[in-house]
Ligand binder design. Structure first.
Ligand code: HEC
Length: 143
């Protein structure tokens, strides 16, 4: 057996992501697409009953298009709680993770019913979907 094909070295190479292909798959467009689709399904299951993604659909909570990078409480004409409107935060991915994990703990006084999505993988998928519906130039999407 050649020294560099020992299982231990192979495992170490896998852990470090140095084998050809391991990093490439995680960064490939196919994988990104799978994450967006999984995120859309999780969003349907956990969020869509209260959140449309655009202004064209009825939405009990504020529509979430362009939410990444948006100032909290700034969707036009939405009647926010004072807590959210006065929070002064911006919806970064880190803030959205904390919100999904424990929104009422993160922001006491919010009128969004408590959600407790603590699994970072589920958060990751939902964030990838939210990223996909963020146009960054602020233009509206229609989904
Ligand atoms: C039971 C209804 C309901 C569910 C389910 C729900 N939300 Fe909300 N959400 C609301 C309401 C109502 C608000 C407004 C809260 C306020 O004004 O304090 C809100 C606000 C938000 C905001 C702030 C947006 C802004 O414009 O500042 C984000 C982000 C958000 N929700 C994300 C989510 C995500 C992601 C999910 C799914 C994991 C989710 N919500 C599930 C009702 C809900």
């Amino acid at each position: 057996m050649k020294p560099n094909s020992s299982p231990r070295l192979l495992a170490a190479a896998l852990l470090m992501g140095t084998l050809p292909g391991t990093a490439a798959i995680a960064e490939s467009p196919v994988f990104e697409q799978v994450k967006v689709e999984a995120g859309a399904k999780l969003f349907d299951a956990e969020c869509r009953r209260c959140h449309a993604t655009d202004a064209k659909h009825e939405s009990y909570g504020p529509p979430l298009e362009n939410v990444i990078g948006r100032a909290a409480g700034s969707y036009p004409d939405y009647d926010y709680s004072i807590a959210l409107e006065a929070s002064g935060i911006v919806w970064t991915k880190a803030a959205l993770r904390a919100w999904m994990e424990d929104n009422s703990g993160f922001m006491p006084g919010t009128k969004m019913r408590h959600v407790g999505i603590a699994d970072p993988t589920v958060q990751d998928f939902i964030l990838t979907y939210l990223d996909a519906i963020t146009t960054r130039d602020g233009s509206e999407i229609s989904k």
